[in-house]
Design a binder for this molecule. Structure first.
Ligand code: NDP
Length: 524
């Protein structure tokens, strides 16, 4: 980390500066974001310490009072204005994403486009999902009018990763804002410029810093967990997720954890093999494999295994990662990940695995070439741990029962994919993962109405969809007495006669044994 004067910052479009806690002053500790392709400095950013984070949260509390007090319609209008600003400047945003992560421009554009679509959905569906509605009060409480609404929590702290620096945090930011919260966002130290860009454009569109950004390293994120926010939405590795939870536990701050994955693809005997191979290759290698829902394992029915492998390897050999402008694969953003990828490949090869494409020497100084591994033992790192590189293991299975058992055989449970013409939904039903794509890959992430999140070591809680809006609210239940109850059940005026009437009523309502279809009868 270097302390550079503020005027050396190369971050483009300084804009108003509103929405961030300010650029670095002469004395302030700073850090650089670097291009993973060239190593050049992309921007210099302040390291916000505990005091700066607390002051951002205090400011956010004031903004939350204003923002949370607006109608859903007004918030939707303001979020739409922001959405339009992002859309009109999407080329600028994509350029910054490219410079900070190294990902190809086209990938950055796709990511931003999907985030914009989610923001639009969250803004226009918040009212329908969260506003006050009448609820049935039931026969026993027929004298009550029941209502339910979902109210904003206040200030949400969002901690994001670098691999999808717009799409991923926006899954929390957009939905938390639409639900009426103010947000303090701590982007990854690799993509602080993207975070600042988002906050600046928000302030420009809305005129108030309801979304603020604090930059820095892990300590800044840890400070945000302890700064008195009403919820932390964390996306990142499982290991850091545990630290975030531990910090939040000190103040009983609720958390949503979107952590890593080890997603599998199942290829059934009747699958369209060419389409399956294309999807596996894209799912495994897009964004240089640095995708939480990236494909890392494939289980293929033994009768189509050879043909599937033929398709996959032929397509994989045409794909290259390099620094040229037209490259489809960019660099590995985080240098220390290269050792993890190399380690997984070496371990697999050392334990009897074979590389049909790529291999140990596919891992260069900044780039990793596509690697297809076969015959890899099921308990090896390449099958059990998140590799986060453009590598994939392919394993032959006897039948779909074995494919499902192996798919469910890691501690993760984020996404999954099934290629099958005849029994996609049946197989999907038996996979323990938060999301499954059938005859496509990662498609669930781009459908704003579907919740996104995992089980097991992939975390808990949901972003996106109605569940994603509710994640940033608390349910407020109100029961209003419309007229005096016929029986004073919740009063010391209750008599034995009332209790007998209650017993008769409850027996009438719930005492009958339902007639079960034959197959469901107990003991069969
Ligand atoms: P990390 O866990 O390393 O970091 C995530 C964020 O947490 C960063 O902003 C980081 O800051 C911050 N952080 C680090 N230490 C702490 C701490 N003690 N307290 C609070 N915050 C802290 O993940 P990566 O950035 O490397 O992201 C890759 C991981 O994210 C992969 O495992 C991937 O699977 C997962 N991911 C999950 C997704 C999902 O939706 N399930 C989506 C995208 C990615 P800093 O960078 O400054 O250290």
């Amino acid at each position: 980390m270097t302390a550079l004067p503020a005027d050396l910052s190369t971050e483009p479009d300084p804009g108003t500066g509103a929405g961030t806690t300010g650029g670095p002053s002469e004395q302030q500790e700073t850090f650089d974001s670097l291009s993973p392709i060239t190593g050049d400095v992309v921007g210099t950013h302040p390291v916000h310490d505990e005091a700066a984070v607390r002051s951002a949260v205090a400011r956010a509390r004031e903004e939350a009072a204003w923002w949370g007090g607006l109608t859903f319609e007004r918030r939707a209008e303001l979020l739409s204005t922001w959405k339009s600003v992002i859309t009109r400047r999407v080329a600028q945003l994509a350029d910054l994403m490219h410079r900070e992560t190294g990902k190809p421009h086209g990938d950055a554009l796709l990511e931003a486009a999907l985030a914009i679509d989610h923001l639009a959905w969250a803004a226009s569906n918040a009212a329908k999902t969260l506003r006050r509605r009448r609820m049935p009060s039931g026969l026993l409480m027929a004298n009550q009018a029941a209502t339910l609404e979902y109210k904003p929590l206040g200030v949400v702290g969002v901690i994001g990763p670098w691999n999808y620096p717009v799409f991923t945090p926006m899954g929390s930011i957009g939905y938390a804002l639409a639900a009426g919260n103010a947000v303090v966002f701590k982007p990854s130290e690799y993509t602080p410029g993207v975070g600042e860009w988002l906050a600046r454009t928000f302030s420009e569109a809305v005129g108030r810093p309801v979304l603020q950004v604090v930059t820095g390293l892990g300590d800044t994120g840890a400070a945000l967990c302890r700064a008195g926010v009403d919820k932390v939405a964390f996306t990142g590795s499982t290991a850091t997720g545990k630290r975030v939870m531990a910090a939040c536990a000190e103040t009983l701050t609720p958390v949503v954890i979107e952590a890593g994955g080890k997603d599998a693809v199942i290829v059934d005997v009747d699958a369209d093999l060419e389409a399956a191979a294309e999807a596996v290759l894209w799912g495994a290698c897009a964004n240089a494999g640095q995708t939480c829902t990236g494909v890392e394992r494939v289980y293929v029915h033994e009768r189509v295994y050879d043909r599937f492998l033929g398709e996959l390897t032929a397509q994989a050999r045409l794909l290259r990662a390099d620094e040229t402008a037209g490259a489809q694969l960019g660099p590995i953003t985080m240098p220390k990940q290269l050792d993890v990828i190399r380690g997984h490949i070496t371990d697999a090869l050392g334990r009897g695995g074979r590389a049909l494409v790529g291999g140990a020497d596919a891992v260069g100084e900044r780039f990793v070439q596509p690697t297809v591994l076969v015959d890899v033992p099921e308990d090896s790192e390449a099958v059990q741990e998140e590799t986060f590189g453009p590598t994939v293991t392919v394993t032959k299975v006897r039948d779909m029962d074995e494919a499902i058992a192996r798919t469910n055989g890691t501690r993760y449970g984020l996404g999954s994919t099934v290629f099958s013409k005849g029994q996609g939904p049946e197989i999907a039903e038996r996979i323990r993962s938060g999301m499954t794509a059938i005859n496509g890959v990662i498609s669930f992430a781009a459908i704003p109405s579907l919740p996104f999140g995992g089980v097991g070591d992939s975390g808990f809680g949901r972003i996106h969809g109605a569940d994603g809006l509710k994640e940033f609210t608390y349910a407020k239940a109100v029961a209003r007495q419309r007229f005096k109850p016929v029986m004073p059940l919740t009063s010391f005026r209750r008599t034995e006669k009332h209790e007998q009437q209650l017993a008769a009523m409850i027996t009438m309502l719930h005492g009958r044994t339902p007639t079960l279809p034959k197959a469901d009868k107990p003991g069969r």
